[in-house]
Design a protein around this ligand. Structure first.
Ligand code: OGA
Ligand code: NI
Length: 359
């Protein structure tokens, strides 16, 4: 486990088996089992701040790539104050974005036994199934997912790579190749605003590992007491999310409430992950987020997590502590240990970041 030689695929702590939500809804669209119902406190103590949706920062990637100073400042502010932003002018062709959406939609429409041909093995989290279910009494998310390691390509578990629909593999490949380019640009700019050489973060990763999670959220008859995905922050360096245009579901913590992130056509949503928060000693925030459900429509989302190799040590960059005169908030930890320990915990906001907290 956690080895990084070319002949071994990393594995992750497994998730407990739970019902397939799409199938449950298909059989009885009005049923919401107890295990999915959340309490009033979780659902209603923090306000929904819909009026702030239009203020989620928008970053122009073509300007960043040209080293535009103003755009770099905007990125710095976005990472400090929101931890989330939308990226436009990223150069990924619409047909590549649409190709993945169409093929994924087709995959989730397949009969369950067809999808289960690539179901998550009991000792891993790659495949079709659920992640982060660690106890029998945990409240469950109203979603199913297809999770896989895409890059480096020798990390792929070919047994769970989808063969149906035939277009899915190629469209994932095309999308992921383009996203790798976008991520490298973003890591370059992040390195600059962290006061490092442009190539610093990419090099730190040793190998830029890219994992993909396609989320399927079926309609839910009681969206007021059910969540599509529990509040969490991502264990990545950065995450890039493509959203479907017609159903809003992603919400992010901001100013004590939840701000819905509305899809801008063709834009990609980017968020700072835990690794960036740790490296920047908390200057850039890995923000808690969740997905709500919709009463009448299903929703798909496409998350790509960019992470370092397991062996990479992460910890606050020394120059940031020296120049800020601040104490390190995090200790040094191997990324592989951080991510595996966090996967043994259910999604519970930022509770898992304790793993890396300085004593
Ligand atoms: C995730 C995630 C949000 C969404 O997959 O980590 O936060 O909108 N998804 O689906
Ligand atoms: Ni997430």
């Amino acid at each position: 486990m956690g080895s990084t030689t070319e002949d071994s695929i990393p594995t992750y702590p497994p998730s407990l088996p739970v019902p397939n939500v799409q199938e449950m809804v298909w059989k009885d669209p009005l049923k919401v089992p107890e295990r999915y119902i959340r309490n009033e406190e979780e659902m209603h103590t923090k306000p929904e701040l819909s009026h702030l949706s239009s203020q989620v920062p928008v970053i122009d990637l073509s300007l960043l790539s040209n080293g535009n100073k103003e755009e770099l400042l905007k990125l710095d502010l976005a990472c400090k104050e929101w931890g989330f932003f939308q990226v436009v002018n990223h150069g990924v062709e619409s047909k590549v974005l649409q190709g993945l959406k169409d093929a994924s939609a087709e995959f989730f429409e397949l009969p369950l036994e067809e999808k289960n041909k690539i179901s998550m093995p009991p000792n891993d989290i790659q495949g079709y199934g659920h992640a982060y279910v660690v106890s029998e009494d945990q409240i469950l998310d109203w979603s199913d997912a297809l999770i896989m390691l895409v890059y480096p390509s020798w990390f792929r578990n070919v047994n769970i790579w989808p063969t149906k629909p035939e277009t899915l593999k190629d469209s994932m490949e095309a999308y992921s190749t383009e996203l790798k380019r976008v991520a490298k640009e973003l890591l370059g700019s992040l390195s600059l605003i962290m006061g490092m050489e442009k190539g610093y973060l990419l090099e730190l990763h040793k190998e830029l590992v890219q994992a993909m999670r396609v989320n399927y959220y079926p309609p839910c008859p009681t969206p007021e007491n059910v969540l599509g995905i529990s509040p969490h922050s991502d264990t990545s360096t950065i995450t890039i999310l493509m959203q479907d245009g017609d159903v809003t579901g992603l919400q992010i913590r901001h100013q004590g409430g939840w701000v819905p992130v509305r899809a801008i056509p063709k834009a990609l949503v980017v968020n700072v992950g835990d690794v960036t928060e740790i490296l920047s000693n908390g200057k850039y925030k890995s923000i808690e987020h969740r997905a709500v459900t919709n009463e009448s429509k299903s929703r798909l989302s496409y998350a790509t997590f960019f992470i370092p190799l397991d062996e990479v040590e992460i910890g606050p960059l020394s120059h940031l502590i020296d120049t800020q005169g601040s104490l390190p908030l995090y200790k040094k930890i191997k990324y592989g240990d951080y991510v595996r320990n966090s996967m043994k915990m259910k999604h519970d906001g930022k509770a898992h970041t304790q793993i890396a907290k300085a004593k």
